[in-house]
Design a protein around this ligand. Structure first.
Ligand SMILES: CC(C)(COP(=O)(O)OP(=O)(O)OC[C@H]1O[C@@H](n2cnc3c(N)ncnc32)[C@H](O)[C@@H]1OP(=O)(O)O)[C@@H](O)C(=O)NCCC(=O)NCCS
Length: 122
């Protein structure tokens, strides 16, 4: 995590409410065989601050940072049982591209979601 945070190819966005941190998102990017791609490492909002748009805003800003860095695609893993996160991603145009059994441990499946990042913004 330390090397990730210190990398120049990472964006960390923090959501605050009244000067208190209520959420954060971390995304990084790298050039691979398919061009520059970003990966959302994590996005988290404190339980008492959920449902107010912070998650959507954090995700939008992480995507914007990746786009500015030249990323053409963003992808992420989400646990198949995590309905709130899946709805957030689908509402922002992510499409399920696959699944990985056991990604989060035994009998805990990850879905792989991806989204093209257009130069225009959405
Ligand atoms: C997923 C998470 C980041 C969403 O943050 P949030 O601030 O509550 O999300 P927002 O208020 O911006 O909601 C954005 C959209 O997400 C969906 N959503 C968020 N919470 C939801 C819930 N409890 N039930 C259903 N849909 C939900 C909705 O589509 C919502 O859009 P709408 O308000 O237009 O209906 C938050 O629930 C969280 O921190 N969960 C624990 C950590 C986690 O699972 N992170 C994802 C790891 S892959």
């Amino acid at each position: 995590m330390r090397s990730l945070v210190e990398s120049p190819d990472v964006a960390i966005w923090i959501a605050e409410d009244g000067g208190q941190m209520v959420g954060f998102a971390i995304a990084n990017w790298a050039r691979g065989a398919n061009g520059m791609e970003a990966y959302v490492q994590t996005i988290e909002v404190l339980p008492g601050s959920r449902g107010c748009g912070a998650g959507r805003e954090l995700l939008a800003r992480a995507e914007a940072s990746a786009r500015v860095a030249g990323a053409e695609k963003v992808w992420l893993h989400v646990e198949a049982s995590n309905g709130a996160a899946i709805r957030l991603y689908e509402a922002r145009g992510y499409v399920c591209e696959g699944r990985q059994e056991g990604y989060y441990g035994r009998a805990r499946t990850a879905l792989i979601y991806g989204k093209a990042l257009s130069a225009s913004g959405e």
